[in-house]
Design a protein around this ligand. Structure first.
Ligand code: KG4
Ligand code: ZN
Length: 337
C-alpha cells in the first residue's frame, strides 16, 4: 500500500480517551514515534477520576507531542494531517485531544482526522506485518469494551458479540481491587498469576447465550468467596494471592476463549486477532495461540506497545482514512459512547 502513494503522508496522531496521553508520528504507514505519558494520580483513588484525567491531559499533551515529533525527526510544517481520538471515552479527556488537534490542523492548514478508539484497537493489526487477511474476527478486550468484531474490510466491521455488563479489563481491575491491589490491577493479576495455580479455586465460568459476554456474576461470586474466606482467616488474601490471581484470570480467559471459539465455528472464519489493553495479558496471549494450533487458525496478536492505549493505532487508522479523504469538519466534537 505504501509503495503506490502519490505523495508522502505524514500524520501526527493524539490519543486522550482515558488516562493515557499519547502521541505518534506516522510516515507512509510506518510508525516513527509512539509516546505515552501515563497518569499515576489515579492510583491514589483506586480508579480513574475523570476531572483529574482531563487536567493531566491538558498538562501532558504538548510535551508528549513535542517529544514524538523530535523522536520522529519530523518538523510540524511537514505534517499532512492531524488525527485524534473522537470517542468513545471520557468526554473531558477526549475534548483535550480534540481541541488540541483542531488548533494544530487549523494553524498548519492541514486536514483533521477523527478516529474511533475501538476501531483503532483493531486497526493496530495493520502497523506491523503479518497483517490479518479479510475476513477476520477480532476479540477486542479493553477496560471499557469487550467485543467480537467481524472485519470484512478496513472500515467494514460488524460487532457480532459484546458484553452485557462489565468489560473484561474491568473484571480484572475490580478483582484486583478486591485483593487490595492498586489500579489498574489487570497487569498485576497477570504478574502474580504467573506463580499461582489456576485451578486452586474454582469460580463459575459465565453462562450466557450466543456470542455475548458477562462478567458481573463472576465479580460477585469472587467478592462473596473472598469475604467468606477472610472472615475465617484474615490473612487469606496474603497467603493465597498468587493462586487467587491465577484462578480468577483462568476463569476470565476461559469465558473469552469459549466465545471466540464459538464465533469461529459459527462464521467459519479462521483468521483470529486479539486487540485492546487486555490483549497484553500473557495467559490470554498464550491461550489464543494454543487454541489457534488446536483449531487450525491463523492468529494475530499485536506487539505489547500497541495493545494498551496508544496513538500509533490512531495514526494507522488515520493513514487509511486519509487515503479515503475521510476528514472532519472544524466544528466536530467528541462523543463519549
Ligand atoms: O485498551 P486499554 O488500554 O484502555 C481502554 O480502552 O479501556 O485497556 C485497559 C485495560 C485495563 O482494564 C487494564 O487493567 C487491562 O487493560 N490490562 C490488562 C493487562 N494490561 C492491561 N489486563 C490483564 N492483564 C494485563 N497484562
Ligand atoms: Zn483502549
Amino acid at each position: 500500500m505504501t509503495t503506490n502513494l502519490q505523495q508522502d503522508i505524514i500524520i501526527l496522531a493524539v490519543e486522550s480517551s482515558c488516562d493515557d496521553t499519547a502521541a505518534a508520528v506516522l510516515y507512509n504507514g510506518k510508525i516513527l514515534a509512539n509516546e505515552v505519558a501515563s497518569q499515576q494520580i489515579h492510583e491514589l483513588y483506586g480508579g480513574i477520576v475523570p476531572e483529574l484525567a482531563s487536567r493531566a491531559h491538558q498538562q501532558n499533551i504538548l510535551p508528549v507531542v513535542i517529544m514524538a515529533l523530535q523522536k520522529a525527526g519530523v518538523d510540524k510544517k511537514e505534517l499532512s494531517a492531524i488525527a485524534f481520538t473522537k470517542g468513545p471515552g471520557l468526554i473531558g479527556s477526549l475534548m483535550v485531544g480534540c481541541s488540541f488537534a483542531k488548533s494544530m490542523a487549523q494553524a498548519l492548514n492541514v486536514p483533521l482526522i477523527g478516529v474511533n478508539h475501538m476501531q483503532a484497537h483493531v486497526m493496530a493489526h495493520f502497523i506491523d506485518p503479518p497483517f490479518p487477511a479479510f475476513p477476520f474476527l477480532c476479540l477486542t478486550v479493553s477496560g471499557g469494551h469487550t467485543q467480537i468484531v467481524k472485519m470484512s474490510d478496513y472500515f467494514k466491521g460488524e460487532i457480532i458479540g459484546k458484553t452485557i455488563d462489565d468489560a473484561a479489563g474491568e473484571a480484572f481491575d475490580k478483582a484486583a481491587k478486591m485483593l487490595g491491589l492498586p489500579y489498574p490491577g489487570g497487569p498485576l493479576i497477570d504478574k502474580y498469576a504467573q506463580s499461582g495455580n489456576p485451578k486452586a479455586f474454582l469460580f463459575p465460568v459465565p453462562q450466557i447465550p450466543d456470542l455475548d459476554f458477562s462478567f458481573s456474576g463472576l465479580k460477585t461470586s469472587f467478592l462473596y468467596f473472598i469475604q467468606k474466606q477472610v472472615g475465617l482467616n484474615p490473612n487469606f488474601i496474603n497467603e493465597n494471592l498468587a493462586d487467587l490471581c491465577a484462578s480468577i484470570q483462568f476463569t476470565i480467559i476461559k469465558h473469552l476463549i469459549k466465545k471466540i471459539v464459538l464465533a469461529a465455528q459459527k462464521t467459519g472464519i479462521k483468521h483470529i486477532a486479539l486487540a485492546g489493553g487486555v490483549s497484553a495479558n500473557s495467559a490470554l496471549r498464550k491461550a489464543i495461540q494454543e487454541e489457534g494450533i488446536k483449531n487450525g487458525w491463523q492468529t494475530y496478536i499485536p506487539a505489547f506497545e500497541y495493545c494498551t492505549d496508544n496513538a500509533a493505532m490512531i495514526a494507522i487508522t488515520a493513514f487509511y482514512k486519509y487515503q479515503n479523504f475521510d476528514f472532519e469538519e472544524m466544528n466536530t466534537a467528541p462523543f463519549a459512547r
